[in-house]
Every structure is written in structure tokens, then in C-alpha cells.
Design a protein around this ligand. Structure first.
Ligand SMILES: NC(=O)c1ccc[n+]([C@@H]2O[C@H](COP(=O)([O-])OP(=O)(O)OC[C@H]3O[C@@H](n4cnc5c(N)ncnc54)[C@H](O)[C@@H]3O)[C@@H](O)[C@H]2O)c1
Length: 318
């Protein structure tokens, strides 16, 4: 008999628990496993979600991984474990703390379910995806970061807000690293196939691009503590469903580049075909000179983070 699909989530905070809840309500996953450095919180959420699944007469079980070996047999593992910046801490300090967390949980995953597909969500996203790959023996197709789908969704919502029509027909495209230097591609952003450049003025598009780049900060500004989690979680759950269904659809994901777009040994957001093996294919879209320059700046900002980790001997501490 075919065993059901198992998705494990490391970090049962805002994003992790909302990914779990989305998947539990979809009902396509047999088991969801939560793991957190605060196991009681994970248990509380797991029980609550199992009961929610029972209310909708679903079959998804939600349990807690008390030890890393409880992750065995996972088809997908999502990493959302991380710490926010504390007073007096620099961005580089936070980079190193989250890199250590991601390295440690990635090794646990590799040891206990080496065939799983790993979706990294922890920030800084591109650098953390790099850490998950470089600290383990995972194949580059197995490890990918979630950001492009979220950034594209954010851009689509702003396009709809400006246009006032086209809901459900908007396809926005964002490439590059998940940071201030992400590259929203308006040439590849359409409403029912019509490029937005034919529907909106240059100033309106510039507003949309700026708002997309600052969308995360805009939400943090309102929430004051914590950051966005509904859209990030839904985007992550969609990636899980696509992999589990082997849907082989194109999504923007952060992946390791080995020659594509002329870059090597760096993770950044590009369109990929997503399927049962994870990254089935990297798609190389044609970029204009201006887009190529912006993409280079974005990749450069990810390289800086990776270099910071190297300078702090992160990759030499094995
Ligand atoms: N990629 C994206 O687009 C995107 C979007 C939103 C958030 N994020 C990032 O996702 C991460 C999680 O965000 P959040 O809002 O859920 O934060 P959160 O603080 O609510 O949750 C983080 C959880 O990780 C747990 N944790 C910390 N270290 C751990 C470890 N070693 N093992 C297991 N669990 C551990 C904490 O106990 C906490 O429950 C952050 O780094 C955030 O910046 C990324």
C-alpha cells in the first residue's frame, strides 16, 4: 500500500504553523510534523490543528518531532526556524545566528531523510538556502528557497489595486534575491496575457515596483512586532502541493546557479520547473541590458552575505 505524504516543518512560529494549517485544511497531506526548539508550543499547535482537521472531516494528522529522528520518511521539509534581530545585534550577527540554526537543522534533515525536498523560508533567504545546500550532501535540485512566489503575489496584488480589474488574471514576475534589490520584471508581468506596460503608465509601474520591494517592511511597520506570515505561508504551501502532485509548473524559486544566467556558486531567485524531484529545470528568460544590470546587483547583494559568512569562517567550522 502507498504510504501517505509527510511534510515536516522546522520552526512552528508564525510562518511555520500557518504553512501547517494551510496544508491541513487542503487535506492532501497525510501527516504534518512540527519541530520547534520550544516543543510545548509545537504540541499545542499540533493538537489544535489536528482538531481543526477533524472539524472539517479531514484526515491530516499533525504531530510533533521531539527528536530529529522523528523527521524520517518526510517527503518535504520546510525550514522556518530562525531568530529575529535583538537590540544591539547587527544584521551580520543575525546572519550568523540564523546560518548556524539553518546549518544545524539542515544536517538533521539530511541525516534522517536524505531523499526529502527541502524548502527554506528563513531569512536572509538566498544566503540561508546556500547554507542548507553547502552544509549537507543534498543535490542542488533538492534544496530551494521560497520568496519569488511571495514577491510575485505581492506585485500582482499591487497591480490589481492600481488597475481595479483583472483579478485572478494577473501574472507578475520577480527575479533575483529576496531583498531590497529584487528585480520585478514588468515586461513579463501580464493581465490575461496583456503586458502591464500596455495597461499602466511608467510612473504607475514604478510605484508598483517600489511597493513590491518594500512590501515586507510595510507590513512590519503596521505589526510592529513580527513580520508577514499569511502570504509567505500560502506561497510555501503551494510549493509543497506542486511538488507532492508532481505538477511540473513554473514558479520563481531561489536555487543554486551553476552557469545559468552566467553565475556560479550563488543562490538567487529564477523561474524553475517544480516537480517531484524539486527543481526539475532552471528556466533562463531573456533579459534586457537594464534588467541584466539590476539582476547583477541583486546577485551581488547575496554574494556579499555569503562572503560575510566565509569571512567569519562559517564554512570552515566543520
Ligand atoms: N522567505 C520569505 O519570503 C519569508 C517571509 C516571511 C518570513 N520569513 C522568515 O521566516 C522565518 C520565520 O518567521 P516567523 O515569522 O515564523 O518567525 P517566528 O519567530 O514566529 O518563528 C520562528 C520559530 O523558529 C523556532 N526556532 C528557532 N530556532 C530553532 C531551532 N534551532 N530549531 C527549531 N525551531 C527553532 C522558534 O522557537 C520559533 O517558534 C524568519 O527568518 C523570517 O524572517 C521569510
Amino acid at each position: 500500500m502507498n504510504r501517505g505524504k509527510i511534510v515536516s516543518i522546522i520552526g512552528a512560529g508564525n510562518v511555520g504553523s500557518t504553512v501547517a494549517y494551510s496544508l491541513a485544511m487542503q487535506g492532501t497531506v497525510h501527516e504534518i510534523v512540527l519541530r520547534d526548539s520550544k516543543p510545548d508550543i509545537a504540541w499545542g499547535k499540533a493538537l489544535d490543528m489536528s482538531q481543526a482537521a477533524a472539524v472539517i472531516r479531514g484526515h491530516t494528522k499533525v504531530r510533533v518531532a521531539e527528536t530529529a529522528s522523528d523527521l524520517a520518511d518526510s517527503d518535504i521539509v520546510v525550514i522556518t526556524a530562525g531568530s529575529p534581530r535583538k537590540p544591539g545585534m547587527s544584521r551580520d550577527d543575525l546572519l550568523l545566528i540564523n546560518a548556524e540554526t539553518v546549518r544545524s537543522v539542515s544536517r538533521d534533515i539530511y541525516k534522517n531523510c536524505p531523499n526529502a525536498i527541502v524548502i527554506v523560508v528563513t531569512n536572509p533567504l538566498d544566503a540561508m538556502t546556500y547554507v542548507a545546500l553547502r552544509s549537507t550532501g543534498f543535490d542542488k535540485r533538492q534544496v530551494l528557497g521560497m520568496a519569488g512566489l511571495l514577491d510575485s503575489g505581492r506585485m500582482a496584488s499591487f497591480i490589481y489595486e492600481k488597475l481595479g480589474y483583472g483579478s485572478g488574471q494577473i501574472r507578475a514576475t520577480v527575479l533575483g534575491g529576496h531583498g531590497d534589490k529584487m528585480v520585478p520584471l514588468h515586461r513579463y508581468s501580464t493581465v490575461s496575457g496583456v503586458p502591464i506596460t500596455d495597461l499602466l503608465s511608467g510612473t504607475q509601474i514604478d510605484d508598483i515596483v517600489d511597493r513590491t520591494k518594500n512590501a515586507g517592511a510595510e507590513i512590519v511597520g503596521y505589526l510592529q512586532s513580527g513580520s508577514a506570515y499569511y502570504a509567505p505561508a500560502v506561497a510555501t504551501a503551494m510549493m509543497c502541493e506542486t511538488i507532492l502532485r508532481n505538477a511540473r509548473q513554473i514558479y520563481p524559486c531561489a536555487v543554486m546557479l551553476e552557469g545559468e544566467y552566467g553565475y556560479n556558486d550563488v543562490v538567487t531567485g529564477v523561474p524553475v520547473v517544480l516537480g517531484a524531484n524539486g527543481v526539475e529545470k532552471v528556466i533562463e528568460v531573456t533579459l534586457s541590458d537594464e534588467e541584466r544590470t539590476l539582476f547583477a546587483q541583486s546577485v551581488g547583494s547575496v554574494k556579499l552575505l555569503i562572503d560575510t559568512l566565509s569571512d567569519r569562517r562559517f564554512f570552515g567550522n566543520d
